[in-house]
Ligand binder design. Structure first.
Ligand code: PGA
Length: 221
């Protein structure tokens, strides 16, 4: 991948109707070219194709990612979304978000299969870990450090601790590390440190387009 840094990832989780998402893509897309880094937007899977068409028409700098993919390849797996089915639409997939681990009982083995399927379809995994000891499948490049206590709580990790965990993770492998957990426009710059934390994964503060633009603008300072 030749992306520029910092990497700012918006994870909408199960939020937004198509109309809300389309408006967000318009508003943020119109500002994206001013940002020297990379913005990855991860909407619900239902809107990946329509988002892709919209971004293509607008020649947008926004890049699409998915919040998850199936552990299975195409076949008799009702309700699943195989990596190869969305490979033309997305460049990235979040894998191993703690909400997936907790609510859908995703084990290390399942997550390793998801990483394998993503990579076979040329989708880059953004692999979420909860601490410095979380198992990381081979060939993962992008790791998102997301401590559970910080997700959606308004209680972020300290930048110092996040950078220390990042250093520990990078001692385990040649990873690009991003941080997620209660990032907002005010605290975003403190987490970023080139070569240590090269990006942010943001849910709550990504939902409102103006708030997200503020986060992105502050991330370049
Ligand atoms: P938050 O969530 O930004 O709402 O804390 C982060 C995440 O779940 O990735």
């Amino acid at each position: 991948m030749n992306e520029s840094f910092p990497l700012v990832v918006a994870n909408f989780k199960a939020n937004k109707t198509w109309d809300e998402l389309a408006l967000w893509l318009d508003v943020v897309g119109s500002k994206a070219s001013e940002f020297p880094g990379t913005i990855i937007v991860c909407p619900t899977a239902a809107f990946l194709a329509s988002s892709y068409q919209k971004l293509k028409t607008q020649n947008s700098k926004l890049i699409l990612g998915t919040q998850d993919i199936s552990r299975f390849e195409q076949g008799a797996y009702t309700g699943e979304l195989a990596a190869s089915q969305i490979a033309d639409l997305v460049k990235y997939s979040i894998i191993g978000h703690s909400e997936r681990r907790q609510n859908f009982a995703e084990t290390d083995e399942v997550l390793a299969q998801k990483v394998k399927n993503a990579q076979a379809a040329n989708i880059v995994p953004i692999f979420c870990v909860q601490d410095e000891n979380t198992s990381i499948p081979d060939q993962v490049t992008y790791v998102a450090y997301e401590p559970i206590f910080a997700i959606g709580t308004g209680n972020p990790d300290t930048p110092q601790n996040a950078q220390m965990i990042s250093a520990k993770l990078r001692a385990r492998g040649d990873y690009i590390v991003i941080y997620g957990g209660s990032v907002n426009a005010q605290n975003a710059p403190a987490f970023l440190k080139k070569g240590v934390i090269d990006g942010l994964l943001i849910a709550t503060s990504s939902l409102d387009p103006q708030t997200f633009i503020q986060v992105v603008q502050n991330s370049t300072q």
